[in-house]
Design a protein around this ligand. Sequence first.
Ligand code: ADP
Ligand code: MG
Length: 548
Amino acid sequence: MGVGHSSLPSSVDSLCINVFKPHPKTSALYNPTPQKHLFPTKKHSLFAGLKIGSFNHGRVPGEMEIQKGIAAAQKPIVDFHGIDEGLIQKIVYDALVWSSLHGLVVGDRNVQRSGKLPGLGMVHAPIALLPTPFPESHWKQACELAPIFNELVDRVSLDGKFLQDSLARTKTADAFTSRLLDIHSKMLEMSKKEEIRLGLHRSDYMLDEKTKLLLQIELNTISSSFAGLGCLVTDLHRTLLDDYGEELGLDSKMIPGNTARLQFAEALAKAWAEYNNPRAVVMVVVQTEERNMYDQHWLCTVLRERYNVRSIRKTLAEIDSEGQLLPDGTLAVGGQAVAVIYFRAGYTPADYPSESEWSARLLMEQSSAIKCPSISYHLAGTKKIQQELAKPNVLERFLDNKDDIAKLRKCFAGLWSLVDLDIIKEAIEKPELFVMKPQREGGGNNIYGGDVKETLLRLQKEGSGEDGAYILMQRIFPAASLTYLIRDGICHKDHAISELGVYGAYLRNKENVIMNDQCGYLMRTKVSSSNEGGVAAGFAVLDSIYLT
Ligand code: ADP
Ligand code: MG
């Protein structure tokens, strides 16, 4: 899921900022002691909220290769204990200069208007100093899955009954999902057809240490964020390795290229062209405050500079007051025809503080504009649908190719609904092996550890049907390794775990599939916390990968 301003990392406290002294040039940039108390809560973690140059889809690696890859990944590529502190300080300094000069920035929480106005109160994005090792075989596997997931979302979106039936129990327990389903029902009643369909997705994975399996965390179909900034981290890491690779024993060529930004912009531009109204714009639906605005501006800048497509930014409230449906189905906002609606808001209940925002969502859905995503694509990306698709014989309803089905199934972790009494019993006995998830996006909503047991026991006792709001998922445990993480100008060394997101773009007009591509990646790395098993309050950063 996308990350809104609330999911961006909170600022560190003043104690940390005071450490930052301008002289000597770099000494304050590196703090070798892990400072867990300075880390933001999970709610504000990039990791919690968070979503190659055209990759050449290679053959599927064999099991042996995967094992070899994992073994290599677990051997540190650099002995972080052995790196000279002075060298680290130099690299940190260069990383901060590069980020500032190249727009690898977010709004600074300490500056009041930084989420409203661009160019005001910018701070470098939280980043890993160096790329994180990742086995090439698993990387290829994740890339290969992107177009298959794109197609799956499209097929599922066309089956209105499957979406409604699968989410029926959720509907009674979860008011937000219920509102989305109401809009979806209205479209079914109207027999509304979306002939041009655009998906900008990000499928997130963790590499489970014990089983050596690449397992999907979730598939984001709305507001998949960081396509803009993620590419810059790749460029930054390549630049740092060009400069310091020899001293570190690392080769910048082992970092795969990342053109997520260009490819997402290309998909938006191609969708705009399919709509075929040269005067129409791309409308980005935004939150009222957005500290991750530069990630979005990057896409719009490419749209303008490469494709000469203009974009406007509107909140749901503005769309309600300025929007209008013309007799031919065109959506006009502030008098401007809209070709493509690109949602970077609207995925969380907080985005709908009043009925106005819901009317805006309905208005957009009724229009002929291309929605990224449509209500059906949005629902196809819910966690409940992820769990339904993992049931036996469900993928077969949507896909024909047996190899594709096998590839998808291989990356599915254990997923269960709360009607499965055996699993509930097991989760109460061993809650540390499960994650409990409501139908929410944007991070900070999941339940872990002792809270899983407590919540399950409460739901059992109450018997109110609230259990329909949740799914249970197998907890994935990636290997932790020493990493340098930089935020607010300070570098910390700590044990960290990573989550790889692979972007995918899908565009079709009726029977014509115009784009179905894997589009670059996003690595996110967060400190692993021993008491909460790695998913506790997390200090998360944007990262890239170093193929092993
Ligand atoms: P959201 O839509 O809020 O991003 P996710 O399903 O991605 O929801 O969960 C948020 C975060 O929780 C993930 O980025 C990951 O760090 C952690 N997480 C989610 N599912 C699992 C799991 N099965 N095992 C371990 N960690 C998980
Ligand atoms: Mg997520």
